[in-house]
Design a binder for this molecule. Structure first.
Ligand code: PHE
Length: 357
């Protein structure tokens, strides 16, 4: 009669030193596999007499179960050990990653114009203005006609417009009969804003505009304006001045000296030029203010009745003001930039001087 206890002890002794899953599976099959030692014993039961089988059978079966259970337990112990080993070896070193990131990733920043634009938008939003947008490619209606500048009006020459076609070439008109152009001012959005609204309303519209101009320290072909419009009942020039002084004081964090001069724009009557005391040279004269101490910042005025009409507004009941802030000049004043061409240069040495995200 085989000694089941001995087999059990031998199995346990072998199992206890195993550290690999495959070794455990091999050992298990040596005992309880198809031709394993314990399996052979179980097969031999049939050759025993009834009493022997009764005494031996259950014990042999118990041993088989025991070996299977112990193998399973040992396998899970090995698995836990392996996981722990991996955790210890493959630990993610967060501090190391951090150092690598700081060295290799360059953080971007906002363009100074974006910073100022966001600041102005926030101020106007807090005063109840909407912020609107409009297309860069426009038609004559929005850029000129609706703004009281009919065809052949001399004011069309005030802004050197980029046309997509020769304006005198009838063949070149698009299907709608309107010639396409790159908007020469954000006043186009006055028209779009009026047509989509019922008074009273107030909105601003920042965006780039295009003019075929000779560039110098204060002129660029692509520059940024921030249009503003407020329409309601009994609006006056005093309202306009109040809003502008409030905005400028917020942006420059101090009272800014302003002056109004008469200015001609077909879409406002009366029209003004609002100048601010040059903050680069404090008024003594520099290239930005062209040595005159004042910077032309804000053409503005009371909206012309013809413009209100083109925008679907009853000019007998409603009136209002409009302005076209020169955003680039404002940026230059705020950061002490003496040449507008830096803004468009894409030069990282220039851009990286400004606030990061
Ligand atoms: N659109 C005008 C320009 O670009 C500026 C302006 C806007 C003037 C609104 C008056 C009122 O020259």
């Amino acid at each position: 009669m085989v000694d089941l206890e001995k087999i059990k002890e031998k199995f346990l002794a072998s199992l206890s030193v195993l550290t690999k899953e495959a070794e455990v599976l091999n050992l298990k099959s040596e005992y309880v596999g198809k031709n394993g030692a314990v399996s052979e014993i179980l097969k031999s039961l049939k050759d025993m007499n009834a009493d022997e089988r009764k005494a031996f059978g259950p014990k042999a079966n118990e041993l088989k179960d025991f070996i299977q259970d112990q193998s399973t337990i040992h396998l899970s112990k090995i698995e836990v050990l392996e996981i722990n080993k991996k955790l210890a070896e493959d630990r993610i070193d967060i501090s190391l990653t951090d150092q690598v990131l700081v060295k290799t990733i360059k953080h971007g920043g906002f363009h100074p114009r974006t910073l100022v634009q966001q600041e102005i938008e926030d101020i106007f939003l807090s005063m109840g203005f909407d912020v609107l947008d409009g297309p860069h490619i426009e038609d004559e209606f929005h850029n000129f006609e609706a703004l009281n500048i009919p065809a052949d009006h001399p004011a069309r020459d005030m802004q050197d417009t980029f046309w997509f076609h020769d304006p005198h070439d009838e063949e070149a008109k698009d299907k709608t009969g309107k010639k396409r152009l790159l908007r020469s001012h954000t006043s186009t959005i006055q028209v779009r804003g009026m047509l989509g609204r019922k008074p009273p309303f107030r909105f601003i519209a920042p965006g780039i505009v295009f003019r075929s101009e000779r560039t110098d320290a204060s002129h660029e072909m692509v520059f940024t304006q921030l249009e503003g419009m407020m329409i309601g009942k009994d609006i006056s020039v005093a309202n306009l001045i109040y809003f502008m002084k409030t905005i400028l004081a917020e942006i420059f964090k101090k009272d800014v000296e302003v002056r109004l001069r008469p200015g001609y724009f077909p879409f406002v009557e009366p029209g003004f030029e609002l100048d601010i005391r040059c903050l680069i040279c404090s008024g003594t004269g520099c290239s930005v203010c062209k040595q005159i101490g004042w910077v032309e910042l804000l053409p503005c005025g009371m909206v012309h009745p013809n413009v209100l009409k083109a925008g679907g507004i009853d000019s007998d009941v409603y009136n209002g003001f409009a302005f076209g802030l020169g955003l680039d000049r404002l940026v230059m004043m705020k950061y002490g930039i003496d040449d507008i061409r830096h803004l468009q240069s894409g030069d990282l040495r220039f851009n990286s001087q400004f606030k990061l995200f």
